[in-house]
Ligand binder design. Structure first.
Ligand code: UD1
Length: 337
């Protein structure tokens, strides 16, 4: 039996592929390389010494997707594929609804056709929006997002819940990621977006290697101890392991929809992250304080206790590990993907 990974060549997908292969699973990976490339597939093989099936297809291509199900005995799906640039999604919402939402529907219809009813979905803490408490619990309601990206995550969660209502033999795990950072300690896998990064850690990495001049910290007048925003950064390898635990949980259950926050539960400020990066790597990261970025929340972090209790999953890597591994990776992969 194989596990199908959509978007398995991407940042989180590739790290999860490594953990799954190390545990002896068979994999079929599909990816259209819209935000990844073959290098990560080679890296997965090099790290694990194991092989897997790969198809360069877009998951909206029903015919090609069906061929993957024909050629492999797929038992479960981990669905990573999707566009994720928040700003772009505001400018081009249809691109996001088309690929992320319509694409997921094609995937789910294909799964039904081949009687595969076990799925782990990559969701995001973005679905919580602004809440009264900054420690987010799975029972909090989903809030409409200012970005189409965020709304695609909300819609897909809803689609999965409705699907289960219509057929309660489905097994669904929805994983709400907080802020994944870091890289595989081999330095072979990590995140290195092309151009100017939107997210904090890739920006720090590019300043540290001298590709960008300085980091702008978006505001230091937030309601937090040092005035900069606080987030829940978690190591991508911890996050990858969370997917294995979610699959194990689904294997144990008869059916159901299970929702989990994956985060450390400890908020870290922008200044703390930058200063830790500087300290553990002994490298200068010039920064200045700039204006606030529209839409940023003062603080948000996970209550990860449900995942700990039900999945036996707990993030084990520290902020120091995240900074060290991010630096190790970027030094070895200076040119963007
Ligand atoms: C962002 C997305 C979120 C997505 C998540 C994926 C927005 C508004 N939100 O979350 O939907 O799920 O990434 O990881 O884009 N910062 C700087 N300077 C920079 C870049 C960032 O100070 O050059 C600050 C931001 O203001 C924020 C923190 O760093 O306080 C983290 O930013 P980022 O990495 O973009 O993550 P989120 O905003 O939490």
């Amino acid at each position: 039996m194989s596990i199908l990974l959509t978007g398995g060549a991407g940042y989180i997908g590739s790290h999860t592929a490594v953990e799954l292969l190390n545990k002896g699973n068979e994999l079929a990976i599909i990816d259209d390389f819209s935000n990844s490339n073959e290098k990560s597939l080679e890296a997965i093989k090099k790290i694990t010494g194991k092989d897997f099936k790969f198809y360069e297809i877009n998951y909206m291509d029903r015919e090609k997707l069906e061929k993957v199900f024909e050629e492999n005995k797929i038992d479960s799906v981990i669905h990573f594929a999707g566009f994720k640039a928040v700003g772009e999604s505001v400018k081009e919402p249809l691109k996001y609804y088309h690929n992320n939402v319509a694409g997921t529907i094609v995937l789910l219809e294909t799964m039904i056709k081949y009687n595969v009813k076990k799925i782990v979905f990559s969701s995001s803490a973005t679905i919580y929006g602004k809440q009264l408490s900054t420690r987010y619990v799975e029972t909090m309601e989903r809030k409409s997002s200012p970005s189409a990206y965020g709304n695609t995550k909300i819609m897909i969660e809803q689609i999965l819940e409705d699907l289960y209502k219509s057929d309660n033999t489905w097994k669904v795990a929805i994983l709400r990621y907080f802020n994944p950072v870091g890289a595989h300690n081999s330095g072979l896998l990590g995140e290195n977006p092309k151009g100017i990064p939107n997210n904090l850690m890739p920006f720090i990495q590019k300043v540290a290697v001298g590709e960008l001049k300085e980091l702008t910290i978006f505001g230091n007048d937030y309601n937090t101890p040092d005035g900069t925003c606080r987030r829940d950064y978690l190591h991508v390898v911890d996050l990858a392991i969370g997917h294995l635990k979610a699959l194990e949980k689904l294997d144990k259950e008869k059916s159901g929809v299970y929702i989990y926050n994956l985060g450390t539960g400890s908020p870290v400020s922008v200044l703390e992250l930058v200063n830790t990066f500087i300290k553990v790597n002994n490298i200068n990261v010039p920064y200045k304080i700039g204006a606030r970025r529209e839409g940023d929340l003062d603080e948000c972090y996970a209550d990860p206790s449900k995942a700990e209790k039900e999945l036996n999953w707990k993030a084990s890597k520290t902020i120091q590990d995240m900074c060290r591994d991010s630096w190790n990776y970027i030094q070895k992969n200076i040119k963007g993907e």
